[in-house]
Write a new protein. Structure first.
Length: 135
């Protein structure tokens, strides 16, 4: 017989893998993907739970923050979305999509000037020219 230690594989080093995910997919990526799928099916509560869990696995991920903001906006919580997008700007202020989403939230909140400034910042970043200062 083989000793139990020899039968049990050693834990893998590196990012945690989701047993149901793709090889090389981190637990956070699997949770975020599940959140996207639930969002697309209209399961906003389930999507929010999965994305919040992804953010616990990968704090400060602007990609997951943008996804959370998308969920909040879909729920009609534009202020909550804006708060999350402000964090995303701090984590990834060179990504034009953060500013586009922030513009949409500001527009929904009635801040047309803020929305315009954010769209201009997004366009400058997309064209390769950084905004002179964050809007």
């Amino acid at each position: 017989t083989t000793p139990a230690a020899a039968q049990t594989p050693a834990p893998a080093s590196g990012p945690a893998l989701d047993p149901n995910g793709s090889p090389g997919q981190t637990a956070a990526e699997a949770l975020a993907q599940s959140g996207v799928e639930k969002l697309e099916r209209g399961d906003l509560g389930g999507a929010r739970i999965d994305v919040d869990a992804a953010l616990l696995q990968a704090p400060g991920s602007a990609r997951y923050e943008r996804l959370k903001a998308r969920i909040l906006s879909t729920e009609g919580n534009h202020q909550g979305a804006l708060d999350v997008l402000n964090q995303a700007v701090a984590h990834d202020g060179r990504n034009p999509e953060v500013y586009r989403q922030r513009a949409a939230s500001l527009m929904a909140l009635g801040d047309d000037r803020g929305a315009a400034r954010n769209m201009q910042a997004a366009e400058r970043l997309a064209n390769g020219t950084a905004p002179t200062s964050p809007p």
